[in-house]
Design a protein around this ligand. Structure first.
Ligand code: ADP
Ligand code: MG
Length: 701
């Protein structure tokens, strides 16, 4: 249960003064609905950070004005010039000892202006002056104030990300009202740390955001936002490390193999394991053998050879008399795993079976029976693996391939198919170090950072899509000399909004006309059997060009394919381009990747393509991706269940992630259940950043 002191912050924002149904609706568009689906909550408004500020502190005389620089000027109202025609503006001449200036109001009501600027009175006007016909004017000054008003004028006004129906002023008012609901809270940060960094308290930092006194108060790397980012990162690290401590504490089971199956499989491999593969396996076997649960991330670029590591890990589980499961994100991939793994598994006496959405009726029932009886050692499949009626006799190891395609929940669902199941997640999306830390915390981590030998580098070239005819001609020459070509298009059908995009079907028709009988197509809207047939024809060399949407993005392995054409490459993210390119360059033949782009090419798109051309190091690409897009998108936040941060930005706060990580390590070493004074305060922090699940683990444990 959340500390009741925090309740006012988690109430509907409609509880705040000035937030009626209309404003609430606009706020929902701005801040998103509450988890319950209603209006945003008080805390959502409080945590909505400004991205800039208008500085109204300058108080020049009229003679000192600088065009375009915001100024607050004390003036006397000299003359009103009502418009002569309805279209013309209402002008008011104002002056000080140094000169005169005109205030300009379009579509203004005379009586309103007369009340706002009474003749002969002193007023303060604040806005951006401009020169017009040698005289300063201010069009629609943001503020026209009397002495009382100017005394209350905030020196600096925060500006916020907005949606239609809201103004900076209104958002600031709501945020300040939200701030009034903030209870007094104990400090959860270390005092010496705060002093060293020049950070104010949590409340002081929020106050600085919504009531800044200098523009530095709202700047992205100013102390207020940095402190709040650190709070958030600390909450995140704390949650991750608590989850992990809980898992470790939860009884695992020791799964020790004797190596007999793995040895036979290894002997049957047509290659030797790389050093990186051997190291990863050693770590996995040690995890399996330990009485604690394994949670390990196996990271390796496309083609780095994760599949065989998965198989040998499964072998260890089977040697111990237990079962393993390997879950892939697509059916094509699951079937490909079956095709590559079955013969190797057979050598070791391992029984493999497949379960996807397509296995139905008696066949499926039979598979489930054999699984429950322990006759199947390794079950391969898709999401279908964690359907309710799938029961293992004794699942020891759950392996999730291409983990970024699955949510955390799905991973857990698979792990819940056994008692204290060990989990290995594999990803080909290289994740920068900082992100590994924020997403997985202290999850154990193996990297296949050594490519299998005999790979030739892939040459990457950029072409304007204008040159399509030339490219098609070159592809024709390539397939005539035996090449196999992937041709990737971003969409399945041309749609009206995205007119002009070469859809896979159009491109297929076009290429099939140029090269009759040698082109196949595969996309997500085809029937499974048709997809399989198209992929099989390509694998066996009966077709030379496979036109595809991104279904081939993950995993498909055709070592003979040497050319990858990506149409509208400017529309793909870096990680995706890298994954796609990894489909070629898997054999000894020289491979090539052609990135076809179409104008207009934005700056980020251009940088992405240049990066692809410059390097094929997945980790370099991942860092660049992070720099260009920010962490949410690098991981596909929603899909991956990766945390979405309110204040923290990995591209800016990487250093703080490490500090938070170490800080949490120290805290938990001293106070694992967060019962001390700082511990109690940290529980509040977890609630504030909605890591409530982690607090529940504390109670349970
Ligand atoms: P990924 O990491 O992308 O899943 P795969 O497991 O599909 O990569 O491996 C890509 C290719 O490399 C496969 O054809 C596989 O047989 C081969 N391979 C794996 N390990 C080695 C190795 N140590 N030496 C040579 N080839 C290997
Ligand atoms: Mg793979």
């Amino acid at each position: 249960m959340r500390d009741s002191r925090l309740d006012p912050l988690f109430a509907d924002a409609t509880a705040l003064p000035g937030v009626g149904p209309k404003v609430a609706k606009a706020l929902t568009r701005l801040l998103g609905a509450s988890p319950a689906g209603g209006a945003p909550r008080v805390i959502d408004a409080l945590f909505h950070a400004p991205t800039g500020a208008v500085d109204r502190r300058a108080r020049p005389t009229i003679a000192e004005l600088v065009p375009g620089e915001i100024a607050t000027v004390e003036v006397v109202v000299e003359r009103h010039q009502p418009p002569r025609s309805p279209r013309a503006p209402y002008r008011v001449v104002v002056a000080d000892d140094t000169g005169a200036m005109t205030l300009v109001f379009f579509k203004a009501q005379g009586p309103y202006i007369e009340r706002l600027l009474p003749l002969g009175e002193t007023r303060w006007v604040s806005g951006a002056p401009e020169l017009f016909d040698g005289m300063f004017q201010m069009v629609h000054p943001a503020h026209v104030l009397d002495a009382e008003g100017v005394a209350k004028l905030p020196p600096v006004e925060p500006t916020y990300p907005l949606v239609e129906g809201l103004t900076h002023n209104l958002v600031a008012r709501v945020a300040r009202a939200a701030f009034e609901r903030l209870p007094r809270l104990p400090e959860w940060q270390d005092g010496a740390f705060l002093a060293r960094r020049g950070f104010a308290s949590f409340a002081g930092s929020l106050n600085a955001l919504h009531r800044p006194t200098t523009p530095g108060d709202v700047s992205a790397d100013g102390p207020a936002l940095t402190r709040l980012a650190y709070d958030e990162l600390l909450a995140n690290q704390l949650a991750l490390q608590l989850v992990r401590a809980h898992m470790k504490r939860g009884s695992g089971r020791a799964t020790a193999g004797d190596g007999r199956i793995a040895e036979r499989v290894t002997a049957a491999l047509p290659f030797r394991l790389t050093g990186a593969q051997a190291r990863a396996l050693e770590a996995i076997r040690a995890d399996l053998a330990a009485p604690t649960r394994m949670l390990r991330l196996l990271q390796g670029d496309v083609g780095s050879g994760k599949t065989v590591v998965a198989l040998l890990a499964a072998a260890t589980a089977v040697e111990a008399g237990r079962q393993a499961a390997l879950m892939a994100p697509t059916e094509i991939l699951a079937r490909q795993h079956l095709a590559t793994l079955e013969p190797l598994a057979a050598v070791g006496g391992l029984t493999v079976a497949l379960l996807t959405g397509r296995e139905k009726g008696r066949e499926r029932a039979r598979t489930l029976e054999r699984l429950a009886a322990g006759e199947i050692d390794l079950l391969l499949g898709t999401h279908a693996l964690f359907q309710d009626d799938v029961a293992f006799r004794d699942l020891a190891l759950a392996i999730v391939d291409e983990q970024h395609k699955f949510g955390v929940r799905q991973r857990l669902a698979l792990a819940s198919k056994g008692v204290a199941v060990d989990v290995l997640v594999m990803t080909a999306t290289p994740i920068p170090r900082t992100l590994v830390l924020t997403t997985f915390g202290d999850m154990d981590h193996s990297a296949l950072d050594e490519k299998p030998p005999g790979r030739t580098p892939i040459e990457t070239r950029l072409f304007n899509l204008d040159r399509l005819d030339e490219i098609v001609a070159a592809i024709g020459r390539a397939i005539d000399s035996g090449a196999r070509v992937y041709w990737v298009c971003p969409l399945v059908e041309s749609s009206e909004e995205l007119e002009g995009i070469a859809a896979a079907e159009d491109r297929f028709a076009h290429l099939a006309e140029a090269f009759p009988g040698r082109v196949g197509i595969v996309h997500g809207q085809m029937k499974s059997t048709d997809k399989d047939a198209a992929v099989a024809a390509f694998v066996e060399g009966r077709s030379s060009i496979l036109v595809a949407t991104t279904v081939i993005e993950v995993g498909v392995n055709v070592p003979e394919a040497t050319v990858m054409v990506i149409e509208h490459a400017e529309r793909f993210g870096l990680a995706q381009l890298h994954q796609l390119r990894g489909r070629v360059g898997r054999g000894a033949e020289r491979s090539m990747c052609l990135l076809l782009w179409k104008e207009p090419l934005g700056e980020t798109a251009k940088q992405r393509l240049e990066t692809m051309k410059a390097t094929d190091d997945g980790f370099v690409i991942a860092e660049k991706d992070l720099e260009l897009r920010g962490e949410g998108e690098v991981l596909g936040a929603r899909q991956s269940g990766a945390p979405v941060f309110r204040f923290a930005r990995m591209e800016r706060h990487a250093e703080l992630v490490r500090v938070a990580h170490d800080d949490v390590g120290l805290v938990l070493a001293k106070d694992p259940n967060l019962t001390g004074e700082r511990g109690e305060a940290l529980r509040l922090l977890l609630h504030l950043f909605e890591r409530d699940a982690a607090v529940r683990l504390l109670r349970a444990g």
